[in-house]
Ligand binder design. Structure first.
Ligand code: GLN
Length: 313
């Protein structure tokens, strides 16, 4: 299958923006002080097809920090470097059903494996990034995220500094994993690189292109570059479907029927395999830390563009 014809997609993207623009539910994240400055009215949508076409509306080129949406892409880069088997053994792929910052996620099973979509598994994933030192590991991640986006991405220094000063909980998670032999470089270094990766600046358009790369079996449809092998790409989507929206992943899959990932700055990405990627930016979040309008838009577009993976036609 394909996306509907360009005129139809463009019209539906506009309709989604109009339909949900007035929704005022949700609250902008403030546990990272720099994020509290976000304007709740910011709202951008982009759909990018595997054929390289993109449709955007609203603040689709407004930059914000990627936050947890970095998780599936860093997991992809680590799978590409290590192989999907080793990544699974070292990290884990089962659902946690728990909030993104859960410490209990680490205690769920005796093997201390944690899904890479929640902080514990994500910091473990970051600790597996290849490189001789912290600088090289960070380069590996920033370059890799840039290849997914098809342009050179940069870190937001203010967001990084703000989270680095307040991320004691993530430091604790990394040290707990270290105690269980589930951290693969120095835990404080892994937390620092993870905090940097979360502060990378992207737009809704970037998210759509990054999603379209996963929808295209790992080939960026804008640059033509293969970022990820197809067999690993499938694994990344499976992990996103399992825990991309944390404890609400079941509700998300029930409503949207696509692998997705949210971030606390208000971004959401959804992937329609073989068709394209959706990126939405709207800062107000629900109690689980997922963008309220982002979820409404992806549900609407999944339905109207015929993207639900569980539909037979
Ligand atoms: N950097 C944030 C954190 O670790 C990311 C969380 C998120 O986007 N859900 O708390």
């Amino acid at each position: 299958g394909h996306l509907p014809p360009p005129g139809v997609v463009a019209e539906l993207v506009r309709e989604a923006h109009g339909r949900y623009g007035a929704v005022t539910e949700g609250r902008v994240a403030d546990y990272i002080p720099a994020l509290a400055k976000a304007d709740p009215a910011w709202f951008g949508i982009c759909v990018a097809g595997v054929n390289g076409q993109a449709f955007e509306v609203g603040e689709a080129e407004h930059a914000f920090s990627i936050q947890s949406i970095s998780k599936p892409f860093v997991f992809a880069l680590v799978c590409q470097a290590l192989g999907g088997g080793r990544a699974r053994a070292a990290i884990g792929v089962n659902a946690t059903g728990l909030p993104f910052n859960s410490v209990m996620a680490i205690e769920l099973n005796g093997e201390r494996t944690v899904n890479p979509m929640v902080n514990a598994g994500a910091i473990a994933t970051t600790s597996l990034a290849p490189g001789a030192d912290a600088q090289e590991r960070w380069r590996f991640i920033l370059d890799g995220l840039s290849r997914f986006a098809g342009r050179t991405l940069e870190m937001d220094e203010e967001v990084y500094a703000s989270e680095a000063a307040t991320n004691q909980r993530n430091q604790g998670i990394a040290r707990l994993l270290h105690g269980y032999g589930r951290m693969y470089c120095d835990p404080d270094e892994a937390t620092d690189i993870y905090t940097r990766q979360c502060a990378v600046r992207v737009t809704a358009r970037d998210l759509a292109v990054m999603g379209a790369t996963l929808a295209d079996g790992g080939v960026n449809p804008m640059t033509g570059e293969r970022v990820l092998d197809a067999d690993r790409c499938r694994r990344v989507l499976a992990v996103m479907a399992t825990a991309g929206l944390y404890e609400q992943s079941g509700d998300w899959l029930y409503e949207v029927g696509l692998p997705g990932k949210s971030g606390v700055a208000g971004g959401i990405v959804a992937i329609a395999p073989g068709k394209g990627g959706l990126g939405v930016f709207s800062p107000p979040l629900d109690a689980a830390g997922n963008s309220v309008r982002g979820q409404l838009v992806t549900r609407f577009l999944s339905e109207r563009l015929g993207l639900n993976l569980f539909a037979s036609a």
